[in-house]
Design a protein around this ligand. Sequence first.
Ligand SMILES: [Zn+2]
Length: 280
Amino acid sequence: MQIGQYELHSIETGRFALDGGAMFGIVPKTLWNKLNPSDDENRIEMALRSLLIMDDKHKILVDTGIGTKFSEKYKEIYKIDHSKYNLTSSLEKYNLETKDITNVILTHLHLDHAGGVTYKEGNKHKLTFPNAAHYVQKKHHEWALKPSKKDKGSFIREDFKSIEDEGKLRLVDGYAKILPNIDVIISDGHTIGLQLVKISDGINTLIYCSDLIPFTSHIKIPYIPSYDIDPLTTIEEKEKLLARACNGDWILFFEHDPVTEAVKVEKTEKGYAVKEKVSL
Ligand SMILES: [Zn+2]
């Protein structure tokens, strides 16, 4: 897909699984399980879908997947699987290696989004994208250094410390234009200072929804993951984004939906719904 000067591609970096109940909050399993079937441990499949944005000068990646640093036990609990998709082979399709990436926009530092920024060589964490500037919201960086007891298990401090130590951290303060036609929108319901990425040439617009709308199912307002630190803020932010997406005919790109990578939405009598599926 082309938006303005940029070519956009979906980059699948792997799969994992989380508890379906946790992903859909108060919604009963009888409803969510129809669209998102769970395994016998109640886990649902999750994509780890990054976005590649390219022009002549830039090879930009939005989020990096979960990475490869986990113990066998952890991999088993979360069904982390790189056999079908992985970062290296997905980039290869576009003749790219990790060293070619010039910019990494991290929507937030939860490990399923930022775990891929480093890999382990012995005991050392090395940067996966050694030549890239890495963009993180300032208030989110502060939060990740002192997380709450609810979400501290979602952060790997060595990841963001490595970015900083190598001089590759770029802190972004609020709404900002990262590059021409690429802006970030701030959202505080899922975590403090999550940045959604908006690519727009004034005619076509794509939003990388990250964990504000992780699956197609989460377009329905009450579908809110239990992971969110402030669900009422999530509702407000989701309604605002969906209204803008309807009015502007925006494409919503999903990081975690295992089947659908992107959609356009419409407002119906029953609330917001998928108008059409979009393929990049
Ligand atoms: Zn998250």
